[in-house]
Each structure stands twice: as structure tokens, then as C-alpha cells.
Design a protein around this ligand. Structure first.
Ligand code: SAM
Length: 336
């Protein structure tokens, strides 16, 4: 196709299934100090080499290219994004990009006490914090030695810094933390947090092992419904959660149900890994490597064309239920 015509035509990213891609998740590192049972395997050492990490200049350039093509929302994730040194600086640079309406962050919360203020100042608008248990021993067990008090301090710092709402991400697991869901509901009501419950996904060996604790969130919803009035509602975010408001309280609960009720038909996102690879689906291998282009002097036009080629590779849906062994990379490698 004539490049000039191509440039005029491509003002938004539409995939082969007519889904508009307007949300990019950027993994700024695949490393994390925690070893959650369903995520990074214990003793794992195969992290991406620093020489392959995109620099902040490269990340900013790629995100700019995406925003020029219509992406409006970016979430910084990982691995643990706050483990990447200087992250608030990257956030501040991205927050300035024309066309970017929403810059959010997912974190395990352990460094928030120190960083919440600077993240807020940098222009992060929304914050998700992973927290699977309120019991210090169970939290340590699930996370491979994590300290609950650090996360609770981090949450307090996030509130103080003015993040509202703060969303708590809880991976709900049968026989592990399912009995804590009502404690988590109370905790979130008390602290004015939003609760998001997530089904385990069979990503990598760890994700598949966790599948033995898989909990169908439709059951959890029915159980909660017997105790509370749940009123369907919506929340800003651009993600796949289906929300309810808990009657008589300010609490909203989001259900993220990739297994029991997948949301692929409305998927609006792709992911960029720390080594500059675009993954177009969590549950498929379809990807395109941008790093070779970035490091061989490609023009912005060439990058835009590559991004469009990647979007054309986006598959219709994941196959977590029909082919659970397909994805060998674990969540932290892609960016959750
Ligand atoms: N470190 C950050 C955090 O803790 O939120 C961001 C990265 S983490 C990989 C993003 C989210 O993915 C977390 O909420 C984590 O619980 C979730 N996650 C990781 N592996 C998962 C799996 N196999 N199934 C479901 N959720 C998973």
C-alpha cells in the first residue's frame, strides 16, 4: 500500500475482529521481589537481561507512537513496576504525552510508602494494589515471604497522597484465601477501597498449578448476593471487570472472570513487555518485536506501521479453557 495513503487511513487501531485498541499495558520490568504462588516460580532466574530492557526514552517513544494511533489509556505494570529505578520519572514523561487521558499503575504495594507522593505528582491517576490476604502468615505464604505490614503502610500512603479510588486486586483461590473474601469486603468498606476479585489463569507452570485452586467467581457472586444487595454499576478504567455496588455502602466490587465468563469480544488492549515485544493477547503467543526496529534507527512511520501489523495479529480470544498448556510464559513476563 502506498505509504501516504496508509498514513491517512491509520488514525485508530482496529483489529481483525473490529475491536478498537485504545489501552496499552507497559511492563517496565519482569522482576519482582515477591514469588506469588500463581506467578513467578520459586528459584526462577531467567529474567530478561538488562541490555534488552527498553530505556525510558525507548518506552516513551513507543507509547507516543501508540497514542498517535489512538491509544488513550496506559497502565504501568510488571513484574513489579516500582522495582524499576526512577519509575516516577517515566510516569511524568508519559503523563505529558498528547492524547493520553489516563495513566495508571499496578503494584504489589511494598514500595508505595516511599513512592506514593511522587507517583501522584508525576501524573499517575489511578492505582491498583495486589493484596490476596489480610493474614500476615497467609500473605507471606502466598507471596513467598512478602510482608503484609509493608503493603498496609503503602495503602495508607496512597490514600494520603490523594489516590481515589484505590483498587485492591485479590486473586481468589479455593482453599487458600476464599474464606477471607468477606474480611476483604469489610476491609475495603472500612478504608474506602474498591475490591476486584480475579480468577486464576493457567499462565506458565505456576498458573497451571494454581488452577487446582481455581474458584469460579460466579459462585462467589451468588454467595455475596445472599448477604448483600449487589447493584450492577460501572467504573472508569477500561479494563474487563464487571462491577457491582454493595447496597448501603460505598463499596464497589469488580469481578474479573477470564475463565468463567471471558470478555474477549470487548478486549481493547495489548501489552508491551520490558524487552519491547508487543503481545496482543494474554492467552496466545501472537507477538511482534519492536526492539530490533527501535535499535536499528527505524523512523516513527516504520514504528507506526509495525504497531498496526501487530494489531492485525490480535487473535479472537484466549484458549485458557480449551488449551490450558499453551502459554508457558507466566504473568509477570508479559505484564499483568
Ligand atoms: N507487581 C504488580 C502487582 O502485584 O500488581 C503488577 C504485576 S502482577 C503480574 C499483576 C496482577 O496479575 C496481579 O494482581 C497478580 O495477582 C495477577 N496475576 C499474576 N499471575 C496470575 C495468574 N496466573 N492468574 C491470575 N492473576 C494473576
Amino acid at each position: 500500500m502506498n505509504v501516504h495513503i496508509f498514513r491517512i487511513m491509520v488514525t485508530s487501531l482496529i483489529d481483525p475482529f473490529n475491536r478498537r485498541i485504545e489501552y496499552l499495558r507497559v511492563s517496565v520490568t519482569d522482576r519482582c521481589e515477591l514469588r506469588c504462588t500463581y506467578c513467578i516460580p520459586k528459584g526462577f532466574t531467567g529474567f530478561e537481561e538488562p541490555a534488552h530492557w527498553l530505556s525510558f526514552d525507548e518506552m516513551e517513544r513507543v507509547v507516543r507512537v501508540f497514542t498517535e494511533l489512538g491509544v488513550r489509556r496506559v497502565r504501568l505494570t510488571g513484574g513489579e513496576p516500582l522495582a524499576r529505578r526512577g519509575l516516577p520519572e517515566l510516569a511524568a514523561r508519559l503523563a505529558q504525552l498528547p492524547g493520553l487521558d489516563d495513566l495508571s499503575l499496578s503494584t504489589n504495594g511494598t514500595r508505595l510508602r516511599k513512592l506514593a507522593q511522587s507517583l501522584r505528582r508525576a501524573g499517575i491517576t489511578r492505582l491498583n494494589v495486589s493484596l490476596d490476604s489480610l493474614d500476615p502468615a497467609r500473605y507471606a505464604e502466598i507471596t513467598g515471604g512478602g510482608r503484609l505490614d509493608q503493603v498496609l503502610d503503602g495503602l495508607a500512603a496512597a490514600k494520603k497522597a490523594g489516590f481515589a479510588p484505590v483498587k485492591i486486586n485479590m486473586v481468589a483461590m479455593k482453599g487458600v484465601n476464599d474464606r477471607e473474601i468477606s474480611d476483604m469486603v469489610d476491609f475495603c468498606i472500612r478504608h474506602d477501597f474498591t475490591l476486584r476479585l480475579i480468577e486464576t489463569m493457567p499462565m506458565g507452570a505456576t498458573g497451571r498449578e494454581a488452577a487446582e485452586h481455581y474458584l469460579d467467581l460466579q459462585e462467589v457472586r451468588r454467595e455475596l448476593q445472599s448477604r448483600y444487595e449487589l447493584i450492577p454499576t460501572v467504573m472508569t478504567g477500561g479494563g474487563p471487570a464487571r462491577y457491582v455496588q454493595v447496597g448501603g455502602t460505598g463499596l464497589r466490587i469488580g469481578f474479573i472472570t477470564p475463565i468463567s465468563q471471558h470478555f474477549c469480544a470487548t478486549c481493547n488492549r495489548v501489552r508491551l513487555t520490558v524487552d519491547g515485544t508487543i503481545y496482543t493477547c494474554l492467552g496466545q503467543e501472537n507477538n511482534l518485536e519492536l526492539r530490533p526496529l527501535l535499535r536499528s534507527g527505524a523512523s516513527d512511520e516504520e514504528l507506526r506501521e509495525a504497531v498496526c501489523r501487530a494489531i492485525a495479529l490480535k487473535p479472537e480470544r484466549h484458549e485458557f479453557t480449551t488449551q490450558p498448556h499453551k502459554i508457558i510464559r507466566f504473568m509477570s513476563a508479559t505484564g499483568g
